[in-house]
Design a protein around this ligand. Structure first.
Ligand SMILES: [Zn+2]
Length: 104
């Protein structure tokens, strides 16, 4: 699904790590929107490690994504200069790869 994203048309896109309550970057979020209202996301929960993906309507900040496993909501913080810096998925997946290897 993600391979079909047209990055030139995106209103919002992020691909970054998520902190838990101890500020450890144990989670990860990929999220994008074509209109700034309807978001598609893929999250690795920083609290329990579960992967959640889906779509959510979020017309206003702040953006929260709730884990389907532990039901903890993670705040997707606004980054400076975000609009001009759209990362392609898979670009900084080193940690994901390490995690995946861990699970095998
Ligand atoms: Zn969770």
């Amino acid at each position: 699904m993600e391979k079909d994203i047209d990055f030139d048309e995106l209103e919002y896109a992020t691909n970054r790590k998520l902190p838990n309550d101890d500020d450890e970057l144990t989670g990860h979020i990929k999220m994008y929107s074509y209109d700034g209202v309807n978001f598609s996301y893929q999250m690795t929960c920083p609290y329990c490690g579960a992967e959640t993906e889906g779509e959510k309507e979020m017309p206003n900040r702040p953006y929260y994504i709730k884990c389907s496993e532990c039901e903890t909501s993670s705040l997707v913080r606004k980054l400076k200069g975000q609009g001009s810096k759209v990362k392609r998925p898979g670009k900084d997946d080193d940690d994901d790869a390490a995690e995946a290897a861990d699970k095998v």
